[in-house]
Design a protein around this ligand. Structure first.
Ligand code: GLA
Ligand code: ZN
Length: 663
């Protein structure tokens, strides 16, 4: 079979009589669909009772797929527990943040610490692998679905204590890390430790905690507890199937789980792209680049996107003609090696019956959505294997750190209005709109290959990160940090030095005070012709030179942005939440130093380099107007076969896409 980008999506034939499957496969052929994600929610069918497994339907689904020449991404189906399991073992039901033990209902509803759940989910995964390892249709394993949430039951409390013992070994170390002498919290027995919840350390929800240390550790614990479910299922699969790659579908920048802790355990990363409504195109791009960063730049799968509309929001707008194609090519431009939808056929009943699908309730092939899906299928067929395994040659890195995200947003002071993702996105967007390819990487990543490292709101600085950032500047690179960076250690204890802590020598500044103001308040930064808001750190240069200053108040004229010469390079510090034009101006000056600017307004560019060294330049016109560009090098558009010479004009239609192979 020739390799192409797997194209298809979630498919639930078990909900339908087999006559419908015939129509499905005809329609799949028509749309160029070759990959089916199967069995994501079929536990109650494959195991209708504790000691009964029934694979008849799944056998037929896989055999049929194989007969039709399609591949299957086979789910273990453990994300929604069957009613009998919840009834017989109530411990599998989660206990929520308010301490309420849930009863059977919904999905993603299992307690990660429940031995009853663990035993039965791994048994199911093992049975599936035993049966389908080596099946001609099997392409990949899809463990569970969109892991998330937390459980506060007694089993989880006990597991949390065990996690803490492993982490701290002694209670003295834990008391010190959490700073428990504050408010008389010194623990003298591990059994005294309660998970942080509405009944214990929290008020006003998960972000308001009396002790950041325990809440941070609980977030890490929850990440690891769910990861334990994943690795247990993966082990069960591996016992019977040593080869087929295993993944689970992530959710991009999803706060509750630190995906960097998961990444080493996946064979490849995959994710579900449902960008927030009205988000600029860089928001989805940030998700793609974050997911590509999980496996050191290796391609990932776009496991889900809607072909038309979601159902779960209050208002669910349609994707306009051309938008699906643009979103699909955007994913591929950023490193997706598969393009899959949720869902192939619309559910007849329940809460997702209005969720968009390739095939609607009427089963037609002459709908707009079906035609657009089929047209994309034809383009992917044209492309063949050209983009598979291609890498992004980014020279700019953006550090993404779940610990900093958590620490910032559970902090009392200086401002509850700061959102980590908003600030990170603003810097990411500035770099992307300036034309730079960006790797979004963990703080532990190898930084030696980058010219520019952007480190927005790096609230927590761990390990040798400060030294590695200094090394970037030392050898001529540029590091950019912002307000509320370098504040706390890995336990959320303030550094006992000048702000920004370990980053202070590199930044060449000292911060003693910071002001926070209501959302509506803005302050001008005249040199950047920008506005600033939310937080205003008062910076004293200690070697750095001011680049821009505050326009008013008692700190008028003091630096809002500084630049410090360091080794052969530079360190920039942005002391306040600049508006997007302000962030753009600062980031462009940084990128300009390294000749990394080359944008066309409204047109996104992204580069991938194939294993044989071919450079592919993706051009994505996000505007409703034609975009006129000029080729910088001779190239062939792989979607049209058209050849352009250097300096030849090139027009992209509104929402148009070009995939240029550069010569
Ligand atoms: C998620 C889930 C799917 C489906 C879609 C609907 O991504 O993984 O099962 O519920 O959302 O948008
Ligand atoms: Zn639990």
């Amino acid at each position: 079979m020739s390799r192409t980008i797997p194209y298809g999506g979630d498919y639930n034939p078990e909900q339908w009589p087999e006559e419908v499957w015939d129509d499905d496969h005809c329609l799949f052929t028509e749309a160029g669909i070759d990959t089916l994600t199967v069995g994501v929610f079929s536990w109650s069918l494959t195991q209708p009772a504790e000691n009964t497994y029934d694979f008849t339907v799944l056998d037929r689904v896989l055999d049929r797929a194989a007969a039709e020449g399609r591949r299957v991404c086979l789910a273990t189906g453990t994300a929604a527990v069957p009613p009998w399991l919840a009834k017989k073992y109530p411990e599998v039901n989660r206990t929520d943040f308010e301490g309420r033990r849930h009863r059977y209902g919904q999905r993603h509803n299992f307690c990660p610490s429940s031995p009853a759940y663990r035993a039965r989910s791994t048994a199911l995964a093992g049975r599936l692998a035993e049966r389908y390892a080596g099946h001609p249709a099997l392409l990949a394993w899809h463990v569970n679905n969109e892991y998330g949430g937390a459980c506060y039951c007694d089993l989880c409390a006990e597991a949390f204590r065990t996690w803490l013992r492993d982490e701290y070994v002694t209670l003295d170390a834990l008391n010190d890390a959490w700073w428990t002498t504050f408010w008389s919290h010194r623990y003298t027995d591990w059994a005294e430790i309660e998970p942080p919840s509405a009944l214990t350390e929290h008020w006003r929800g998960p972000d308001h905690t009396a002790f950041q240390g325990i809440t941070l550790d609980h977030l890490r614990f929850t990440t690891d507890a769910l990861l334990g479910c994943f690795t247990a299922e993966k082990d069960a699969l591996r016992a019977h199937d040593p080869r087929t790659p295993v993944t689970t579908n992530f959710m991009g920048p999803y706060r509750p789980l630190d995906y960097h802790r998961w990444a080493p355990h996946l064979d490849f990363a995959s994710w579900d792209n449902y960008p927030p409504l009205d988000a600029p195109p860089t928001r989805a791009a940030l998700g793609h680049d974050l997911m590509r960063g999980l496996k050191d730049g290796a391609p990932f799968w776009l496991m889900e996107q809607t072909p038309s509309t979601t159902a779960c929001r209050d208002v669910n707008p349609l994707r306009r003609p051309g938008e699906l194609r643009l979103a699909t090519w955007q994913a591929i431009a950023h490193g997706a090696d598969a393009a899959l939808y949720f869902q192939l056929r619309a559910s007849r009943g329940a809460c997702e019956k209005y969720h968009g699908a390739v095939i609607g309730h009427a089963g037609r092939d002459d709908t707009r959505v079906f035609r657009e899906v089929a047209a994309i299928g034809r383009e992917l067929a044209l492309l063949g294997d050209t983009t598979l395994d291609a890498r992004t040659p980014a020279r700019t890195a953006l550090l993404f750190d779940w610990d900093s995200w958590w620490a910032l947003e559970i902090s009392d002071g200086p401002s509850r209005h700061l959102r980590y993702l908003d600030v990170v996105h603003a810097y990411y967007r500035a770099a992307r709109e300036a034309g730079a390819d960006v790797d979004v990487v963990p703080v532990t990543a190898d930084l030696t290959r980058y010219d520019v490292v952007l480190a927005p709101v790096l609230h927590m600085v761990k390990g040798d990160l400060a030294a590695r950032l200094e090394a970037v500047a030392e050898r001529g690179g540029t590091v950019l940090a912002t307000f509320l960076s370098g504040r706390v250690d890995r336990y959320d204890r303030a550094f006992l030095t000048d702000v920004p802590g370990p980053l202070a020598p590199l930044m060449g500044i000292r911060v003693d005070e910071w002001d926070a103001r209501p959302r509506e308040f803005t302050q001008t930064v005249p040199e950047l012709d920008a506005e600033a808001s939310l937080v205003f750190e008062i910076v004293q240069p200690r070697g750095a030179e001011p680049v821009a200053t505050y326009g008013s108040d008692f700190y008028a004229g003091t630096p809002a942005v500084t630049r410090n010469a360091f080794g052969a390079g530079e360190a920039w510090y942005v002391a306040t939440a600049l508006d997007q034009p302000g962030v753009d101006r600062v980031v462009r000056r940084v990128l300009d130093r390294h000749d990394l600017i080359g944008p066309y307004p409204g047109v996104e560019t992204a580069t991938r380099v194939t294993p044989d060294g071919t450079r592919l330049l993706f051009l994505l016109n996000h505007t409703p107007h034609p975009a006129r560009l000029t080729a910088h090098a001779p190239a062939t558009d792989l979607l049209t076969g058209k050849h352009v010479e250097r300096d030849e004009p090139l027009t992209l239609d509104p929402l148009g896409v070009a995939v240029l192979r550069l010569h």
